[in-house]
Design a protein around this ligand. Structure first.
Ligand code: SF4
Ligand SMILES: [Zn+2]
Ligand SMILES: [Zn+2]
Length: 315
């Protein structure tokens, strides 16, 4: 590969097609960190974070471990506390590998952590819910169940831990996929609520931040290798069943022919969201009649799923 376009000394390890530059290991590490820092600064998170707690949602994959690494570095510069939270959904052949990577990493960097089993909290695993879906007994695909219950538990547990922000590892590719999924579903309310900072709209909701919001998945992978993260190369067995999977392939084909497409698209989308949020956002959160957690309806989606799935699992 060519020489680094920045320091002009070292051999490049990556070519950023969307910027048209080559970067060496160290210049790329700096670029990555500065991009994430700028993202959080643009949404005014870092200037009022001193003394607060940020809980990082970690799955054990490269994106969440990169996020934990960045948040830990920022915590030294901006003087705030960090801990990590892992939700174990109970997906055999997948989650046990990422849990191992998670435990190894949090011990290495000496971070407090909490691990929550979905089975203990809700009485079923995503594997059990998936079996019911394949048998035609529930209409929710595994990723739908998994996404709903994970969001629910991440919010509930991070709030109980006292977190001011919940940091997640969503990268640019994930974020563009989500935008497109919301457009295809016609879900305008979800569409306008995204961005690098998703502000809490209820006292029991924790604001979410996404340091990798403008960072490509490929860059996240290279960064994880550069800083020596040992992440397992395993894919969740349910991923190919999701709408996200087809959208991912479609978007990757567009990006291949149009370098920088995803970045420009998401930046434009964020501009639009900022402009229309106040005028168009109509969802009001209340508290679920069963569990008391924030919900847009009388009964939250997690309780609805839990009641149905538990009744079908009864012997
Ligand atoms: S691919 Fe779907 S089921 Fe698997 S961890 Fe992700 S959201 Fe959950
Ligand atoms: Zn360099
Ligand atoms: Zn509920």
């Amino acid at each position: 590969m060519a020489l680094c376009s920045k320091c002009k000394k070292e051999k490049a390890v990556i070519y950023l097609r969307h910027e048209g530059i080559y970067l060496c290991k160290e210049c790329f590490r700096q670029y990555f960190e500065e991009r994430a820092e700028k993202t959080l600064k643009e949404v005014n998170v870092l200037d009022r974070i001193s003394g607060k707690l940020v809980t990082v949602a970690v799955s054990g994959g490269k994106d969440s471990l990169n996020t934990l690494y960045l948040i830990k570095r920022f915590s030294e510069k901006y003087d705030f506390e960090v801990n990590a939270l892992l939700i174990n959904e109970g997906i055999k052949g997948y989650r046990e590998h990422t849990v191992k990577a998670f435990l190894k990493h949090v011990k290495n960097i000496n971070i407090n952590y909490v691990m929550v089993n979905v089975k203990d909290e809700l009485g079923f695993t995503v594997d059990e819910a998936a079996k019911l879906f394949f048998e035609g007994k529930i209409e929710w695909r595994p990723c739908t169940v998994c996404g709903v219950i994970r969001r629910y538990l991440l919010n509930k547990v991070s709030r109980k831990l006292g977190a001011e922000y919940l940091a997640t590892g969503h990268n640019l590719d994930d974020e563009v996929q989500t935008v497109l999924m919301n457009i295809l579903r016609g879900d305008i309310q979800a569409l306008i609520r995204g961005g690098a900072l998703v502000k809490a709209e209820h006292a029991k909701l924790v604001s979410r931040i996404k340091p990798l919001h403008y960072i490509y998945e490929k860059e996240s992978l290279i960064h994880s290798l550069i800083i020596g993260l040992k992440t397992p190369f395993v894919e969740c067995p349910y991923a190919p069943l999701s709408l996200r999977w087809s959208i991912r392939e479609f978007l990757n084909r567009i990006e291949a022919g149009n370098p920088g497409f995803k970045l420009k698209f998401l930046s434009k989308m964020d501009e639009v969201r900022n402009k229309v949020y106040n005028a168009l956002r109509i969802v009001k959160f209340t508290e679920c009649k069963i569990c008391g957690e924030p919900s847009a309806k009388e009964i939250c989606k997690t309780c609805e799923m839990k009641l149905k799935i538990q009744s079908l699992l009864k012997p």
